[in-house]
Design a binder for this molecule. Structure first.
Ligand code: SER
Length: 588
C-alpha cells in the first residue's frame, strides 16, 4: 500500500526533480485579510501571480510545490459522507511566469499515471465564455498524451477558478477524474491557469458584475490543487476517506458502537480543531475562533449525547499530534496549548450544554431567530441545534442564522464605538485604554504610532504581515501580527527608522468616511477579525488618501500630525504562538 506519508514524499520529490522549490505550508490563518482561513495552496502565492513579489528572490525558482493545510467551512454540512472534510491537506504545484499549459498538463498526467499508477477516467476543460475563449489548447495537449482520452467541456461554474477573497488571480482550469474504491469517478486534481486578475469576488465574477472586468495578467500562472485525502482514498482503494491511513487511527479510537456518520464528524472536527489550535486560533465568537468553537462544541455535544467522556476527544487530539506532528511541527510545539484549550472550552460549554439540550427538546419548533437565541444564551451552535432539533428545526437555515449573527455583531460593535472619546473620561475601546485626559493623549499618540508601525513592518517584512491584535495602554502599544519567524534586530531597526522618518515628515493624520466596499478599494488595511459597519472611517497619514503612507480602517482617536509622536522606539519582539509575533513599542 502507498501510505499517505509516501504520497507526500513522492509528490515533493517529483516536483523537486522538475525544478520546483519546496515551500512549506503557510498557516491556516492567512495573512490576506480578505479571507478567514486558508482554503487553497495558491493563497500564500497570490503576490507572485500578480508580480508584486519575486519568486526567484524569495525561494530561488519561478516554480514551487507545497502540501498546504487548508480549511473549507463551506463543506461543514456535508461532513459525514464518504469524502467531505473541513480541514484537508492540499498538494499543489505552482508556476509564476515559468511554464505553461503543456508542462502543467504533461507533468500532472505523469504523476497520476506513472507515479500513482492510476487510470484517468476523463478530464474536463473550459468550454469558453463571452470574455474567455474555449480552451482548445488544453484539450489538444490531453489528446496528444492519450489519443482516446475522454475530454468533457464545462463552463464557468465548474472549471474556472477563483478569485479567493475579495479579488485576485483567476482563470480557466482543467480537472482530472479517476475512479474511486466505490466505483465512482471523482475529481482528483484541479489544474488552474491563472491568466487574469479580477477586481472582485468569485460571486461577482459569476454574476457578471458591471464595471468589473477580467484583466490579463502580465505573466502566465499555473496553480494546481489535489486533496491528499482523496488521493489517498483512491490510491489505497478505500470506499471513504475515513478508511485511509490519514483517518483510520482516529476512527479506531472511537467506540465501535457509535454510528458511522457521528464517528466521521468527530474525527474530522477533532483533526480540524487540533490544526486550528496549533496555528494559534482560540475558540471565540468571531472569525476563525468562531469556526473553531463550532467544531469543538459539536464534538462535545456528540460525546455528551452518547454518554462518552471528553477524554476521548483529548485522545483524538493526541493521535492527530502524533500522526501529523512529523509533517507539521507546530502540532508538537503547541501540544500542551492544544489540549489545555480543549479543556478550557469544555469548562465553558459544560455549564450550559445540558440545559441547551433540554431547551431544544422542549421547544415545539426552532427557526433561525430561536436558534440564535440558543447560541446567545447557552452557546448552542447552529450545527448542534440543527442536528438535535431534527424535524422541528426544518425552518432553520444557515443563511438566516448567519444574518442574525451578523446583525448582533454589528450592534455590539456600534456599542463599543460609542465608548470612544466619551468626554475625555475613561476610554476603553477594547484596544485603547485611558483613565484621564493626560492618558488619553498618550494612548492617542501610541495609536497613531501603531498604524505607522504596521505599514513599516509590511515594508520591511513583506505582505505576509497582517494584524492579529493590538492593545494600547498608557505605557506602550502592543501589536500582534502574523509572520512565520523571528524578526531580526536589523529588521526591527529598519521598521523603527521608517516610523521615525514619518514622524519627522510631520504628516497630517486625518480620515475619510466611506461605504465599506469603497473603503476596501483604497487599499486601506483592515483587521480581518473585525465585523465592520456599512460605512467606515479610513484614517490616513499623508497629504492625500492616494499618496498616504498609511491607510487603515479605524474608529480613532488619532493625533492630527505625526510630528506629535516625537520619537518612536521598539522595546521588544517575541512570539505569542505559532506564526504570530508581538512587538511592544513606545513613543517619547
Ligand atoms: N486553487 C485551486 C483549487 O484550490 C487549484 O489549486 O482547487
Amino acid at each position: 500500500m502507498i501510505r499517505s506519508t509516501d504520497i507526500r514524499a513522492k509528490f515533493s520529490a517529483f516536483w523537486k526533480s522538475r525544478g520546483h522549490a519546496a515551500v512549506p505550508s503557510s498557516s491556516l490563518v492567512p495573512s490576506d485579510p480578505s479571507v478567514l482561513l486558508t482554503t487553497a495552496g495558491m493563497q500564500q502565492f497570490k503576490p507572485y501571480y500578480t508580480g508584486e513579489a519575486d519568486p526567484v528572490r524569495d525561494f530561488g525558482s519561478k516554480s514551487a510545490a507545497s502540501c498546504q493545510k487548508s480549511f473549507r467551512t463551506s463543506d461543514i454540512d456535508e461532513v459525514g459522507d464518504e469524502r467531505h472534510l473541513t480541514f484537508f491537506e492540499m498538494l499543489g504545484n505552482f508556476s509564476f511566469g515559468g511554464y505553461g499549459k503543456r508542462e502543467a498538463i504533461t507533468y500532472a498526467y505523469d504523476f497520476i499515471t506513472a507515479e500513482m499508477g492510476l487510470a484517468i477516467s476523463y478530464v474536463t476543460v473550459f468550454e469558453g465564455s463571452a470574455s474567455v475563449p474555449r480552451d482548445e489548447e488544453s484539450a489538444g495537449i490531453w489528446k496528444e498524451l492519450k489519443s482516446d482520452i475522454d475530454v468533457r467541456y464545462e463552463g464557468m461554474e465548474d472549471v474556472f477558478w477563483g478569485p479567493t477573497g475579495s479579488s485576485g488571480p483567476c482563470g480557466p482550469t482543467t480537472e482530472i477524474y479517476v475512479r474511486n474504491g466505490a466505483g465512482e469517478d471523482i475529481e482528483i486534481w484541479n489544474i488552474v491557469f491563472n491568466q487574469f486578475l479580477y477586481p472582485g469576488s468569485r460571486e461577482e465574477l459569476l454574476a457578471g458584475t458591471a464595471d468589473k472586468e477580467l484583466k490579463p495578467l502580465a505573466q502566465f500562472g499555473v496553480d494546481t490543487g489535489m486533496g491528499l485525502e482523496r488521493l489517498a482514498m483512491v490510491v489505497q482503494k478505500t470506499k471513504t476517506v475515513f478508511e485511509t491511513d490519514l483517518f483510520a487511527p482516529l476512527i479506531a479510537a472511537l467506540p465501535a458502537e457509535l454510528d458511522e456518520r457521528t464517528k466521521r464528524v468527530i474525527a474530522d472536527h477533532a483533526r480540524g480543531s487540533a490544526f486550528l489550535l496549533s496555528d494559534g486560533v482560540r475558540p471565540s465568537n468571531k472569525g476563525a475562533g468562531y469556526v473553531l468553537r463550532r467544531l469543538m462544541r459539536r464534538v462535545f455535544a456528540y460525546m455528551h449525547l452518547n454518554a462518552l467522556s471528553n477524554d476521548i476527544f483529548e485522545a483524538l487530539m493526541k493521535i492527530v499530534i502524533a500522526e501529523y506532528g512529523p509533517e507539521y511541527q507546530g502540532l508538537m510545539k503547541e501540544r500542551d496549548g492544544i489540549i489545555d484549550a480543549m479543556w478550557a472550552e469544555w469548562e465553558q460549554f459544560a455549564r450550559t450544554l445540558d440545559r441547551g439540550v433540554k431547551a431544544i427538546a422542549a421547544m415545539p419548533s426552532i427557526d433561525s431567530k430561536a436558534a440564535f437565541d440558543l447560541y446567545q444564551s447557552m452557546g448552542m451552535t447552529y450545527e448542534i441545534v440543527k442536528e438535535l432539533g431534527g424535524t422541528k428545526a426544518r425552518g432553520l437555515n444557515r443563511e438566516d442564522f448567519d444574518r442574525e449573527f451578523a446583525k448582533h455583531q454589528a450592534s455590539s460593535r456600534a456599542g463599543a464605538e460609542k465608548k470612544f472619546g466619551g468626554h475625555g473620561l475613561i476610554l476603553d475601546t477594547g484596544e485603547l485604554k485611558a483613565g484621564n485626559e493626560e492618558e488619553l493623549k498618550k494612548v492617542t499618540r501610541l495609536h497613531t504610532a501603531t498604524h505607522l508601525l504596521q505599514q513599516a513592518l509590511k515594508d520591511v517584512l513583506g505582505g505576509e504581515v497582517a494584524q492579529r491584535g493590538s492593545d494600547i495602554t498608557v505605557e506602550r502599544t502592543r501589536f500582534d501580527f502574523s509572520f512565520p519567524r523571528k524578526v531580526l534586530p536589523e529588521e526591527l531597526k529598519k521598521a523603527e527608522d521608517i516610523v521615525n522618518a514619518k514622524i519627522a515628515e510631520d504628516l497630517p493624520m486625518t480620515f475619510v468616511e466611506l461605504p465599506i466596499e469603497e473603503a476596501k478599494k483604497t487599499g486601506a488595511l483592515y483587521y480581518f477579525k473585525e465585523k465592520y459597519p456599512e460605512r467606515v472611517k479610513v484614517y490616513y497619514a499623508g497629504r492625500s488618501l492616494e499618496t498616504a503612507y498609511s491607510r487603515e480602517f479605524c474608529g480613532g482617536p488619532h493625533v492630527t500630525h505625526t510630528g506629535e509622536l516625537k520619537k518612536f522606539r521598539i522595546m521588544k519582539e517575541e512570539a505569542t504562538s505559532a506564526g504570530i509575533r508581538r512587538i511592544r513599542a513606545t513613543v517619547e
